[in-house]
Design a protein around this ligand. Structure first.
Ligand code: MF3
Ligand code: CO
Ligand code: CO
Length: 274
């Protein structure tokens, strides 16, 4: 049984009920999400061979601080960084360190700012120097998966329509969908109901309603879908060490479809791709 609850009256914890947000809440989300998007824009010229992910982490912290925002990942369930930086076969939750990025790497940078009580969660892939055609194709397929998932969002559809659109396209392109991580409700809470699966069937999952806010963040592999988490407790990698990619937007359901809160104001939603 799915329950929907007016976000204005709901307790600030994930009870499994789906929060429905109003016009003022959407305005708060626009501000948080646009700050996240502007940070991801500012990282485009910075991501080059030789830069460390620790330097990216520091930049993300300071960029937020300049606008009164905190990274929601900092001290989240023991995570110690302002950003996730996931390189090559790292699926998600890669931790920044002092190793320089290398020519040919692809890196996902995932930023969540908490601004005035609202969470803006988004990630993009960044090519480092000159990358292989296979890596570029994987990024193109993954971005298209995200946008096809978003195109399935409208009141009356089910969350499964998003996963169905993503899985159908990814598998037609001979790629695989990671099952172990999903999109999530977001807003006043960082990770809220419902889960947004990136695979499945259009008739599955709760019905989408106007006012829902969630992320879509497909992780797509060139090889098999299976992942494992390293002994650090965070870093998720492909079991077969195949290349993986992810893009993430935060969206709000409107009367006719959805609003993408984390769109790049500079048109840099897919850095390095045409
Ligand atoms: N931003 C990630 C997401 O898309 C969550 C990162 S949680 C962390 O949901 F603790 F790993 F940072
Ligand atoms: Co997310
Ligand atoms: Co994220």
């Amino acid at each position: 049984m799915v329950t929907y609850i007016d976000a204005a009256t709901a307790p600030l914890k994930n009870t499994g009920a789906i929060r429905l947000y109003g016009a003022e809440d959407f305005e708060g989300m626009r501000r948080a999400c646009q700050l996240t998007a502007r940070c991801l824009d500012a990282l485009v010229p910075m991501v080059k061979p030789g830069v460390t992910t620790a330097a990216i982490d520091k930049f993300v912290f300071e960029f937020g601080a300049d606008y009164g925002a905190l990274p929601a990942t900092l001290n989240y369930r023991g995570y110690k960084y302002s950003v996730c930086t996931s390189i090559n076969h790292v699926v998600c939750h890669g931790m920044p360190d002092d190793k320089p990025l290398r020519d040919g790497d692809i890196v996902n940078i995932d930023v969540t700012y908490l601004l005035d009580g609202w969470h803006g969660d988004s990630s993009r892939m960044y090519p480092v120097g000159q990358i292989k055609r296979a890596a570029e194709r994987l990024m193109e397929v993954t971005y298209e998966c995200l946008m096809r998932g978003i195109a399935a969002v409208r009141p009356g559809a089910r969350t499964g329509a998003i996963g169905d659109a993503i899985q159908t396209y990814a598998e037609a392109e001979r790629c695989s969908v990671v099952r172990d991580f999903c999109g999530h409700g977001v807003g006043r809470l960082f990770h809220d109901s419902p889960n947004i699966l990136h695979y499945g069937k259009a008739n599955e999952g709760p019905e989408l309603r106007e006012g829902m806010i969630f992320t879509i963040e497909p992780m797509i592999n060139l090889g098999k879908p299976h992942v494992k988490v390293l002994s650090d407790g965070w870093t998720a990698v492909t079991r077969d060490r195949s290349l993986t990619a992810q893009y993430e937007h935060t969206v709000g359901v409107t009367a006719n479809g959805c609003e993408i809160f984390t769109l790049s104001p500079a048109g840099l939603d897919r850095p390095g791709l045409g």
